[in-house]
Design a protein around this ligand. Structure first.
Ligand code: HEM
Length: 493
C-alpha cells in the first residue's frame, strides 16, 4: 500500500496541500483544532499530576488539606486518574488524529464545526464538570462519584463521554472509511479505527453495567473495562502513533506488514478477556479468572511481536534515536511497552499475585504503563506534530530537558513503588499487623512524593517547549535524500 507521505512543514490550514511525495496527498489539516487539543492535553496533564501529588502527600501527611469534601483522598485520586485518562491522553490523541488522519486518509476530517463541538464537549462538558462533580461529592445517583475504576466520573458525565466517542467515530472513521487507495489501510489507521469502535462499545459496559448488575458479576464487567480502557483505547492510539512516527522520522518503512497485522488482531482478540486478572483470588468464577490469566500470557507474546517489528524498523538508526527528541520519546514508549507488558503478563499469574495483589507494586505498574508507555508516545506525537507544523513553535532544548526529567522521575517512582509493593506483600503474608506495613511504607511514599518534582518540572518544560522557538529536530526524513519518498510504508518482511 502507499501511505500518504508527510511534508516537512504544513502550510496555512485553509490551503489544500499536496505532499512532496510521489502521489502522497495531504488533505487540509485542522491546525487550530490540533493545537487546541494539544494545549488542553498539557494543561490537563499538569493539573492531573498536581492532583496526584496531593494524593501522594496525603499518604504521608494525612492531615494535609483535611476537612473538606473536595479534598478527600478518594475524590482527589479519582480526579487524578480521570484527568490523566480523558484530559491528558484523550486530548493528546485527538491532537494526533487531527494531524495524522488527513495524511493517512488523503482527505480532511469530516467537519471543522463538528471538531469544535467535540473539543467543547470533551473539555467543557466532560472534563471540567467531571472534576467539579468529584469535588462536590453530591448524593444524586446521576451526579455522584462512582466507585468504579477508570470511570469514576458520574453517570451524567459518562453520557457526554459516550456522545463524544460517537462523534469521534463520525469525525475520523468517516475519513478513513473511504480508503485512500485499493491497497488498503496503513496499520496506524487500523489501530485508530479499532480503538475508536471498541471504546464506543466498551465504555457503557464499564460505566453503566456494574451499576445495575450487583456483586461479583458487576465487578467482572468493571474489570473488563479497566483493561479495555488501557488495552483497547490507550494502547491502539499509542501504537498508531508509534507506527506513524517511527517510519516518518527515520525515512524507513515498517519492518514487516505481516507482523503488524498479527499484532493488531492478537491485541483485539486477546485483550478483551484480560481485565478480570484484576480480580484474581476473588469470588469471581475460577474459570473466568483462569481465562483472564491465559489471555494475559497471550498478550505478552503479542507485545513481543509488535515491539520486535517496531524496533527492527529502526535498525541502523540508533544514533538518530539519540539525537531526535520526538523519535526518542516514541522509542522510549516502545521499549517501556515491552517492559510493562511482560511485567503485566507475569503479574497476572497466581504465583506472583499472591505476593503483590493490592500492593504498591500495582501502582508502580500503572505508572509505568500510563506515564511510561502511553505518555511517552503521546509526548512524542505532540513533539513530532509541533516540529512539522509551520504555525507551531517548538524548542528542542526544552523538550529534551523534559524528556530527561520525566524519564528520571518515572524510573525512580517505579523502582520505589515496586520495592514498596514487595515489602508490603512480605509483611501481609507474615504475622505483622496492617499498621506495621503502613509504617514500613512511609519512606517509599516520601520518595514517590518527591518524584513529583522532576515530573512536574518535566511537564512544564515540555509545555514551555511548545510555546517557544528553538533548534529544529534532526529527523532523517527531513535530512534524508529520500525524504520525499512515500511514508510511512510497511516493508515486505
Ligand atoms: C506528579 C506525579 C504523580 C504523582 C505524585 C502521582 C501519584 C499517584 C498516587 C498517590 C496514586 C494513588 C495510589 C494509590 O491508590 O495508592 C496514583 C494513581 C495513579 N496514577 Fe499517578 N501520580 C503522578 C503522575 C501520574 C501521571 C503523569 C500518570 C499517567 C500519565 C499517572 C497515572 C496514575 C494511574 C494510572 C493511577 C492509578 C493506579 C492504579 O490504580 O493502579 N500518575 N498516582
Amino acid at each position: 500500500m502507499t501511505g500518504a507521505a508527510e511534508p516537512s512543514k504544513v502550510g496555512h490550514e485553509e490551503e489544500p496541500r499536496l505532499s512532496f511525495a510521489a502521489g502522497g496527498r495531504v488533505a487540509t489539516v485542522e491546525v487550530d483544532l490540533m493545537r487546541a487539543h494539544a494545549f488542553a492535553a498539557l494543561v490537563a496533564l499538569l493539573v492531573s499530576a498536581l492532583f496526584g501529588t496531593i494524593v501522594a502527600i496525603k499518604l504521608v501527611q494525612p492531615d494535609f488539606l483535611a476537612g473538606a469534601a473536595w479534598s478527600t483522598w478518594g475524590s482527589l485520586r479519582a480526579s487524578h486518574t480521570q484527568g490523566i485518562l480523558f484530559g491528558w491522553l484523550g486530548n493528546a490523541f485527538l491532537a494526533f488524529l487531527y494531524f495524522a488522519i488527513p495524511r493517512l486518509a488523503g482527505r480532511p476530517v469530516m467537519s471543522r464545526r463538528l471538531g469544535w463541538w467535540l473539543f467543547a464537549l470533551w473539555n467543557l462538558a466532560m472534563l471540567l464538570p467531571g472534576w467539579a462533580l468529584l469535588a462536590a461529592n453530591l448524593p444524586q445517583p446521576w451526579l455522584a462519584i462512582k466507585p468504579l475504576e477508570w470511570t469514576e466520573f458520574p453517570l451524567a458525565v459518562n453520557a457526554v463521554t459516550e456522545l463524544c466517542l460517537l462523534l469521534m467515530g463520525v469525525q475520523f472513521i468517516a475519513a478513513l472509511a473511504r480508503k485512500p487507495n485499493d491497497d488498503g489501510f496503513y496499520v496506524s489507521s487500523w489501530y485508530v479505527i479499532g480503538g475508536l469502535v471498541f471504546t464506543l462499545l466498551a465504555f457503557p459496559m464499564g460505566s453503566v453495567v456494574p451499576q445495575i448488575v450487583p456483586g461479583a458479576i458487576g465487578a467482572a464487567f468493571s474489570g473488563l473495562w479497566i483493561h479495555d480502557a488501557v488495552g483497547l483505547y490507550i494502547t491502539p492510539m499509542a501504537l498508531a502513533i508509534a507506527y506513524y512516527v517511527l517510519p516518518v522520522r527515520t525515512g524507513r518503512p515498517i519492518y514487516s506488514h505481516f507482523l503488524s497485522m498479527i499484532g493488531f488482531w492478537l491485541l483485539f482478540f486477546a485483550y478483551p478477556l484480560n481485565g478480570t486478572h484484576h480480580y484474581v483470588y476473588t469470588s469471581i468464577p475460577m474459570d473466568t479468572q483462569r481465562a483472564a490469566i491465559a489471555a494475559s500470557m497471550v498478550m505478552g507474546f503479542d507485545v513481543v511481536l509488535v515491539v520486535l517489528n517496531l524496533l527492527m524498523s529502526l535498525r541502523g538508526h540508533a544514533a538518530l534515536v539519540w539525537r531526535d527528541v520526538p523519535l526518542r520519546f516514541v522509542w522510549t514508549g516502545v521499549v517501556l511497552y515491552l517492559v510493562v507488558s511482560l511485567q503485566g503478563s507475569l503479574q497476572a499469574s497466581m504465583a506472583l499475585q499472591r505476593h503483590v495483589h493490592f500492593t504498591d507494586w500495582v501502582i508502580g505498574h500503572s505508572h509505568l504503563a500510563m506515564l511510561g508507555f502511553a505518555s511517552f508516545m503521546a509526548l512524542g506525537a505532540i513533539a513530532h506534530i509541533w516540529d512539522r507544523t509551520a504555525q507551531c513553535q517548538s524548542h528542542t532544548g526544552l523538550m529534551n530537558l523534559a524528556y530527561w526529567l520525566i524519564l528520571g522521575g518515572l524510573l525512580v517512582m517505579v523502582v520505589d513503588l515496586t520495592a514498596a509493593g514487595l515489602v508490603q506483600g512480605e509483611l501481609w503474608n507474615s504475622s505483622a499487623t496492617w499498621m506495621d506495613s503502613v509504617k514500613a511504607s512511609q519512606a517509599y511514599w516520601w520518595v514517590r512524593t518527591a518524584c513529583a518534582v522532576p515530573l512536574l518540572l518535566g511537564f512544564a518544560s515540555f509545555l514551555a517547549g511548545m510555546l517557544t522557538q528553538g533548534k529544529s529536530q534532526p529527523s532523517a526524513s527531513r535530512d534524508h535524500p529520500h525524504s520525499s519518498g512515500p511514508l510511512p510504508q510497511p516493508g515486505n518482511g
